[in-house]
Design a protein around this ligand. Sequence first.
Ligand SMILES: [Cu+2]
Length: 136
Amino acid sequence: MAERGQYFHNVFSKSDANRFDLDLYKKGDPAKKSPPFDKPGEVDVFCSIHARMSCIILVLENPYFAKTDGRGRYTITNVPPGHYTLVAWQERLPNDTKEIIVPETGKPLRCRFYARHQESAQDTNPAWRSLGTNQS
Ligand SMILES: [Cu+2]
């Protein structure tokens, strides 16, 4: 039985973007290595000691991102004018994308995503839900 606070972890990822292995380290005693996170992409992170420990880290190309609130709304501010691909990401759904043009000046853009749960693909009454729309 482990002494309280003496748990070990071994955090690693085999994802194409940002593959790493932090080797064994103790809780409260930080790992000697740190993940590079230098390539954009989705990084699936696991612990070889604890099967239930996992997370997904998104390494993004720029600071223009937002997390939706409880009602599925989001706002991305201070985006320079230009042509962009806006991507909606949710771990259990395929990505959805929209091409947008941020004008030099003008009203905020509104961009709404809809997605269907993969589990309900065979459902005769598919549940559609909003992944988000920007606020203004
Ligand atoms: Cu662990």
